[in-house]
Every structure is written in C-alpha cells, then in structure tokens.
Design a protein around this ligand. Structure first.
Ligand code: AMP
Length: 428
C-alpha cells in the first residue's frame, strides 16, 4: 500500500478545524494591525539559505531537501544553481525585500505568511519533514519598541487561539562584535571538556560554538548549565537595546524568562532572540528574533528587522494537550430529501438556492429511502428535514419536518426562505 512519505502528514477534514482556527485568528489579528501577506516560492536557490540561514547550521548542513530537476529546457537552466525546498521563510522574504525594492516603501514593512517548510530531520512527535509555520516579519526598524510590539503580538495570537500556560524565553546574542567575544568565551570554556561532550558538540566547538548551548544530549547538559552567560559579552549599545526591550515587556505585563543560554538554530539572528515555550518546557511552539544584518547580506542597505515563526503542528498538539476541543465542520441546519425523479431534478437547484441564501444544507447524493435519510438526519442531530416528493414538486410546495418532535408543515416554495429563517431563529 502506498503511504505518505516519512515525516509528512495528511491533514484530514476533522483535523482541519484546528488548522483553520490558527490560520483565521492569525490573519484576523495581524491584518488588523497593518501586516500584509507575502507568499514566496516553496523552493529557492541554495545560496539564499547558505547566505541567509548560514552554511554551517544544522538546517543547511544536514536538513536540506534538494530539488532534483528532470532536465534542461534552455541554456538558462544549465547555469542555474541548486534549488532547495525552503527550511524556513525569513531568508526568502529578505531576498524578496531586496529584489522588489521594498526599502523604498514606507518603513517598516510589516509582512506575514502561512505555509509549509521542509527539513530533512529524523521524524518524531512534533518533528516532521514537512511542517507548517505561521510567521511575521517587520523590516526597516532598529527600535527595541518593535521587539516588544512583536512579542506582545505573538502573545495575543497564542491567546486568541485559546492557549494559556506558555512563556517567552528571551536572550540577546548581540551584534557581530559581541558575538565574536561570546564565541571566544564559549570556546575557551568548553576546551577542557572537549573529550566529555558529544561528537556533534565536538564538531560545533570548531565550527559554530554558540550552538553548543543548544545541544539536547543528556551528557552535555551539565556543561550548558555552567556555561558563560552570553549577556556578559554584550557591547554597551546591544546591552541598552536588550534592557529597553525587557522594560517594554514589563510595562506590557508579558511574562518572560530571561534565559542567558538561549541560542537559535539559524545564523542570521542578532540582538533579541526569543522562543515561546509551554509551561512544561517541552519543545518550543515558536521562535524568533532580530536579524539586523540579513538584508545587507542580500545586497540591500543596512536594515534593522525582526521576525517570528510559529509551528502549526506543535501549536495544535499543545491545544489538544490544554483540552481545547473544536467541533469538526459545522453541522448542517437542514437535510434536503428528495423522493422520485422529478423531485430529484428540482432538489439540486433548490439546494444551490438555499446555499446562496446562507443556509447550511445537506443533500443525499445516493438513492436512499425516506426512512434511511431521516435516520441519518437524526443521528447527525440535524434540526430540520425538507422533504420534496412528486406531489410537492408538482404543487410547488415542500414539507418541513421538525426533527425534534416530528411535526410537519407543507410550505409553498415561494415562502420557504422566510419560513426557514424564522424556524432556525426560534431553535437557536
Ligand atoms: P525554528 O525557527 O527552527 O525555531 O522553527 C520555528 C518553529 O517551527 C518551531 O518552534 C517549531 O514549532 C516549528 N518547527 C520547526 N521545525 C519543525 C519540525 N521539523 N517539525 C515540526 N515543527 C517544526
């Protein structure tokens, strides 16, 4: 039997309510605050991620899905570099910002997206090879006020989705000058323990020392707990930015945990970084931070920016964990039952008319008896049945049956809309 590829999921109708809740609440909130939607391609040239995300990050080094092309159409294809399924959206959006001259738009440019990301990871609960993210980017501002605005907005989004019991972990990894000092401090600290840490960490020690702080291996945890706090290496201006951000968060009453060892998996981050973590501190629901140097990496002028991405599947797992139960697709107000050929023909146009008028109508598409259709309506707790037989079709009437008490009335089709409206109003 054919199966969906490892690490991917089919999202079936009963699950869609959770997806729609997240996407709709997210869109409603961010569009009311002036964010515009952006959709960038699902695949980009490899250098977008090598340059943007960083060549020696896990995402680029180990987790890329490379798009193999069937052949070439013309000489342009022969010079095209490798294409990669996007592991995240920020690098592509930064590329788009420069490509479309968004620097000439009124700043800051506020963007949002919703879509799939692809990472070749070992699949496990909450870790997929195709997962969805909802995300925000604010480009063209260096002000710490923006950091607080974004974090406050993320809090609102999770709350409106229905989640409580989550906290922001926050840290600052400073500017490149601070980071050089941080890397040196971490490298010096870890050197004596080189043989005691896991092999990935040994590799990180020479290539990407800050990532040592993000190791999940049991044996590396004691070293992380005692590692130097990154904040001690911030330059005065980065320190001021972080202090101001935290003060704004306190004014906003946003609960946060300052985590001096928080780092993020991608290289483009600068200054403020944060994650949204459930109270039990299981896997992060989302994360983000500043990326003040990314636009320059793509050939733009210096542009302060900050973004956030939330994982949809992880958010749904957490919604269920917190007891949020959503009803699958709304149940119909009525079932339309047809008996005989002429009624069957009439029933389709009546169905579309009722649907246009805003009613939720179900119609049997198979040949079924009156009894079995009424039974089905009962089972689904549909409040009204509309019964169209030969006689009613001829007389341009219809029988409306109240499924609660079995009472029936024959109504002229002309008066049906108003009759149904009144009936449903009484019942709701
Ligand atoms: P990141 O920027 O890598 O922290 O990703 C942002 C969010 O996307 C994470 O906090 C997760 O909620 C989600 N996420 C990242 N990778 C995966 C994955 N492989 N499977 C499911 N969700 C993921």
């Amino acid at each position: 039997m054919l199966q969906a590829p490892r690490g991917t999921e089919d999202i079936l109708p009963n699950e869609q309510v959770y997806w729609q809740k997240i996407e709709k609440e997210f869109e409603r909130i961010v569009s009311s605050l002036g964010f515009g939607k952006i959709a960038t391609p699902f695949f980009e040239y490899k250098s977008v991620f090598e340059r943007g995300v960083g060549a020696v990050t896990d995402v680029v080094e180990k987790q890329m899905f490379i798009v193999k092309r069937a052949g070439t159409f013309d000489e342009l294809d022969t010079v095209e570099e490798e294409l990669i399924l996007r592991p995240e959206a920020t690098a592509g959006i930064a590329r788009s910002y420069v490509e479309h001259g968004m620097q000439t738009w009124p700043q800051p440019v506020k963007l949002y997206y919703f879509g799939p990301m692809f990472r070749y990871e070992r699949p496990q609960k909450g870790r997929l090879r195709q997962h969805y993210q909802f995300g925000l980017e604010i480009l063209g501002t260096n002000n710490p006020f923006t950091d607080a605005f974004l974090i406050g907005l993320v809090k609102t989004i999770y709350q409106e989705i229905g989640l409580s019991n989550f906290i922001f972990e926050i840290n600052s990894i400073g500017c490149p000058n601070c980071r050089a000092k941080m890397k040196r401090a971490i490298t010096n600290y870890y050197k004596p323990f080189k043989d005691l840490i896991c092999s990935s960490c040994q590799n990180r020690l020479s290539k990407n020392p800050l990532r040592l702080l993000d190791c999940k291996q049991e044996k590396c945890q004691p070293f992380i707990a005692n590692a130097p706090a990154l904040i001690d290496y911030l330059c005065p201006s980065c320190k001021e930015h972080f202090k101001n951000t935290l003060e704004y968060l306190e004014d906003l009453n946003i609960p946060y945990d300052f985590n001096p060892r928080l780092v993020r998996g991608l290289d483009y981050y600068t200054k403020t970084i944060f994650e949204v973590v459930p109270q039990d501190k299981s896997a992060a629901l989302g994360g983000g931070g500043r990326y003040d140097n990314l636009i320059e990496l793509f050939g733009g002028s210096p542009t302060g920016a900050i973004g956030f991405a939330g994982g949809v599947e992880r958010t749904i797992l957490e919604m269920k964990k917190q007891g949020i139960r959503l009803e699958p697709t709304p149940k119909p107000d009525m079932i339309l039952i047809h008996l005989g050929d002429s009624a069957k023909k009439k029933s389709l146009s009546l169905l579309f008319q009722l649907q246009k008028e805003g009613f939720k109508v179900s119609l049997s598409l198979e040949k079924e008896s009156l009894k079995s259709q009424l039974n089905a309506a009962n089972k689904l707790k549909i409040p009204l049945a509309l019964i169209l037989g030969q006689k009613e079709t001829k007389e341009k009437t219809i029988i409306v049956r109240n499924m609660l008490d079995g009472a029936q009335e024959t109504i002229p089709l002309k008066k049906l809309t108003n009759f149904l409206k009144a009936k449903l109003e009484v019942q709701s």
